[in-house]
Design a protein around this ligand. Structure first.
Ligand code: AHR
Length: 501
């Protein structure tokens, strides 16, 4: 039997967890909005046209922050198109996703949806085809109380109180050639700095996220962060990181080790932020916003086919990845990685939320169901609040194509404000269970209350509308702990939530 040990101490704290680490993302892309959160003709639609079944699934997930309206979409977006009488809003060609955007759902409608969902908005401004002027205008429209042209326009459009959007993205993936208005790091750093200054002059209470690299695989990664931060460090608050993983070759062990790369990525960006801080003799600390992360690859060929057939239609079914069991395990490990780095990662957005590379799926006119990846996110968001604790993990290791010494057991712990403790762990072993001993002696009297597990014998198992419960969590029996040293058995290839009171 393989064995592992986790030592936890209530005083080995990583950091308080910013709840915004459980953010997600809704872009005007595919069926995320139209046919996802919004479907006026659906039998379960509310008076505003929002699907109440989707709303329930979102609430159960616990998403305190939603990034909006893009993504690549935002780099060609004119925010003015999305406000005012719906029937007067223009239809536009969206060059990011070769779709027609009707603007039926705009800023006011989305703000209503977010309020109902219990989420705050993280709003991205267009720094691709537009610049500082339009960026400061939307802050005035959304946040200024009144008695100015744009705040009065908001009031005229039906919203007396400011929307109070506190978190803003300065563009999206501006390093990428696929982006409308791609920039060099210097060009971006300058425009981000000028936009940031003006946006904060309108509303000094806002926080701003500057675009980091769109992936650690970009040839400009590192240099991009250094150059752009050199221009805008003092006026921004966070740097964004984006990362998606794939398993096109069916190498499960290698796929599950990809969080080693995610961890390196985070640590590299932290180092660059701190290097710029040092160089500038600054007192300010810039933190990280991992505002796009997930698995993404299943739908890529399908999307090419869709574009061959139906380019420019409304709400094309794009990026509809069907997630399998191993994807849920990697998502679990990605959550563990974010929590382990929560001293610097203050914001993170699972990309995305509904239909588009999403934990929640819908059929137009039909049902709504949870994909495999829904469950680790729901567990982490529900139980992973409070303070993250450093887990000292003594685990067997394995080697794979890209990494040596990958720990078989990946873990982090969190302590809620009521003192209860949760350990999240993934057993990456393909075939063997692992006998895990937890050394919790510093917690005094502690009782294990629950062992929730997500496991399936087939890594390719998926949930569908017809069979939504193929991959769902189960409770394992809990044995009484022995003097602060509980023992649990982690099934091979499993996501585990161990809860102690
Ligand atoms: O989340 C899907 C897309 O991935 C986003 O629009 C873009 O920012 C990233 O490339």
């Amino acid at each position: 039997m393989k064995q592992a040990k986790i030592i936890l101490d209530r005083d080995y704290r990583i950091s308080r967890i910013d709840e915004r680490i459980y953010g997600s993302f809704i872009e005007h892309l595919g069926r995320a909005v139209y046919g996802g959160i919004y479907e006026p003709g659906h039998p379960l639609a509310d008076e505003l046209g929002f699907r109440t079944d989707v709303m329930e699934a979102v609430k159960k997930l616990g998403v305190p922050l939603v990034r909006y309206p893009g993504g690549n979409f935002v780099s060609g977006f004119r925010w003015e198109d999305s406000v005012g009488p719906v029937e007067e809003r223009p239809k536009r060609l969206d060059l990011a996703w070769f779709t027609t955007e009707t603007n039926e759902v705009g800023l006011h409608e989305f703000a209503r949806w977010a309020e109902k969902a219990g989420s705050r908005i993280m709003y991205a401004v267009n720094l691709g085809t537009r610049g500082p002027e339009q960026a400061r205008d939307i802050v005035e429209y959304a946040n200024h109380p009144g008695n100015s042209r744009l705040s009065d326009l908001r009031i005229q459009n039906g919203r007396k109180d400011p929307l109070g959007i506190k978190l803003w993205c300065l563009g999206n993936e501006m390093d990428g050639p696929w982006q409308m208005g791609q920039k060099t790091a210097y060009e971006y750093g300058r425009i981000a700095n000028e936009s940031a200054k003006m946006m904060k002059w309108v509303d000094p209470s806002i926080e701003l996220v500057a675009c980091g690299s769109s992936s650690s695989e970009m040839p400009t990664f590192g240099d991009w962060e250094l150059t752009m931060l050199n221009e805008c460090y003092e006026n921004i608050d966070y740097v964004s990181l984006h990362r998606y993983y794939a398993n096109p070759t069916g190498d499960t062990a290698g796929f599950l080790a990809r969080t080693m790369d995610m961890d390196d990525f985070i640590k590299s960006v932290v180092s660059i932020c701190d290097a710029v801080k040092g160089k500038k003799h600054s007192k300010k600390q810039v933190n990280l916003s991992f505002d796009e992360w997930n698995v993404w690859y299943h739908s890529r060929e399908q999307d090419e086919e869709i574009w061959k057939r139906e380019k420019w239609d409304r709400a094309l079914p794009l990026l509809e990845d069907i997630y399998n069991f191993e994807d849920a395990l990697l998502v679990g490990s990605m959550l563990i990685t974010l929590l382990r780095n929560c001293d610097r990662v203050k914001i993170a957005c699972l990309a995305q939320l509904v239909n588009v590379i999403a934990p929640i799926m819908t059929r137009n006119g039909g049902g709504c169901w949870a994909q495999t990846i829904y469950y680790p996110f729901m567990h982490a968001s529900r139980y992973g609040r409070g303070t993250a604790l450093r887990a000292i993990v003594d685990s067997p290791v394995y080697d794979c194509a890209d990494y040596e010494g990958v720990p078989t057991v990946d873990a982090v712990a969190t302590q809620a404000d009521d003192g209860s403790l949760t350990v999240f762990c993934v057993n990456r072993d393909l075939t063997d269970p692992c006998a895990l001993e937890l050394d919790l002696r510093s917690f005094g009297r502690i009782e294990m209350k629950e062992h929730i597990v997500l496991h399936h014998d087939d890594v390719h198992a998926v949930n569908t509308e017809e069979n939504p419960n193929e991959v769902v969590p189960a409770a394992l029996p809990v044995t009484p702990s022995d003097g602060g040293r509980p023992q649990v058995l982690l099934p091979p290839l499993s996501w585990n939530v161990l809860r102690f009171a």
